[in-house]
Write a protein that binds this ligand. Sequence first.
Ligand SMILES: Cc1cc2nc3c(=O)[nH]c(=O)nc-3n(C[C@H](O)[C@H](O)[C@H](O)COP(=O)(O)OP(=O)(O)OC[C@H]3O[C@@H](n4cnc5c(N)ncnc54)[C@H](O)[C@@H]3O)c2cc1C
Ligand code: FES
Length: 265
Amino acid sequence: MHEMQVVKIKKIIKETKRIKTFILDLDVSAIPGQFVMVWLPGVDEKPMSVSYTKGDLGITVLRLGDFTRRLFELSPGDMLGIRGPMGRGFKVYGDKLLLVGGGVGVAPLAPLAEEALAEGKEVTAIIGAITKSELLFVDRIEKAGGRVLISTDDGSAGKKGFTTDVLRELLEEETFDQCFTCGPEIMMAKVLDITREKKIPTQASLHRYFKCGIGICGQCVLDGIGLRVCKEGPTFRDKELRKSPEFGRYWRNAAGQKIYFGGKK
Ligand SMILES: Cc1cc2nc3c(=O)[nH]c(=O)nc-3n(C[C@H](O)[C@H](O)[C@H](O)COP(=O)(O)OP(=O)(O)OC[C@H]3O[C@@H](n4cnc5c(N)ncnc54)[C@H](O)[C@@H]3O)c2cc1C
Ligand code: FES
């Protein structure tokens, strides 16, 4: 659905100090992992994962730069331009699912957990954040019946360290039919390395700088595999990502320049 719709913000939920959920007056169904393009007139248009996929659509946003700062100034009743839901969502098979989410990357994983649990699947979610107060959707996934394991960088909740530390420990004891991950790309690359060792098929949802969002401009093409994050993604299979020298290393800014994650080449 590429046409722009002007949509009212129904409700705003303050999830953490830096994360808000915007519930939109838009009753469409999305697949977890899909995204919408969000337009703020005079500011920009940016992709956001759908964090509430049934009934009124929701997006969950981390305040980062200019666009998200302006989004945070809005109130219920204000209007937004929305295109979508678009892109390839997560594909679920098997009964025992593992989710690994870092920071706002938990946004597309929470509806995936809810839908899978409602279908009788078993869901374990590893959720990480820099500190306890920035953990996202822990209660939501637990309320739906999922098991949640936590890591924080500063040790204020759960294991002190990263989601990947929890993942390594967990996979010493248990195995899963499938893993899904979203969060900082360096984290996702490590998740893929670990699940590869354990032969667990994994899908990852990528964040890239988008221009058109509909597969035309070529801005979001992944080097090495020629797939567009906005069209063939944003969710990709581990097998696809391993063939791209770009995954886990760099992204491209508006000028097409490579920006290396962590500043390292
Ligand atoms: C499919 C998809 C789904 C997304 N879902 C969400 C979501 O659910 N919630 C959410 O908060 N954001 C999401 N994003 C990211 C979002 O589109 C914006 O890029 C982000 O909110 C920053 O926008 P900004 O203008 O506020 O900050 P900007 O000014 O654009 O950026 C702030 C900082 O982030 C860095 N940055 C920008 N883009 C990237 C990138 N691709 N990789 C690494 N660093 C980058 C910039 O260099 C800068 O340092 C998603 C992106 C994609 C492609
Ligand atoms: S943003 Fe234009 S092709 Fe993906």
